[in-house]
Design a protein around this ligand. Sequence first.
Ligand SMILES: [Zn+2]
Length: 223
Amino acid sequence: MYFLNKNMNKHEGIIRCLSLTMIVIASGLFISIPFFKSAKIEKLDKHESASCMPNLDHLCRSDVTERRWKYIVIHHSATTKGNAARFDYYHKKKKGWEYGLAYHFVIGNGSFSGDGEIEVAERWKKQIHGAHTANMNCNHVAIGICLVGDFENGGTPTENQFGSLVGLVQYLSRKYNIPSSNILEHKHIHQKATACPGKNFPFAELKMRLQQIASKSSNHKEL
Ligand SMILES: [Zn+2]
């Protein structure tokens, strides 16, 4: 009897212990579900922003009267990683540039912002001239777009980055009536020599993709 009771007690103990474990696991799950869920949503949003073109009308809206932009200049960051905040810090604190981030737009490569994510600088929102070339005449009328990456030393833009660049340049050139001849690489600007945006930047392909989009939309209008 004593043996039986002892066994029963033992079983009861195990059952109690198991129930307690189940309760702990269940409450743990209950508590963690929202965290898992929000993490998943955040990841999805990041993925979506990388693979789908955002609403550029919304993204490129500015707080003030727009400048008369005449050129678009493409840059690389000459770093393998980065994002707008990091470059802004560097330009503001290390270079001492009044308005910080020299560019109007930064397109991420998945290091510190999404792969293909377009970040809009305060400089654009306030329609302040760029600081992205050493030629101030150019900076006053040129929109500066920087792709995160070093395309001079082996790197190339990611597919998402390049897709975002094509979309953004197409949107801005149409909005401000900027001809294809005024879409330039930084090294085209008359200033001290620079390799920017690097020898691996596929500039000819950019021009070709823009041309394809333009001819598609003009064919569409004719129909
Ligand atoms: Zn540059």
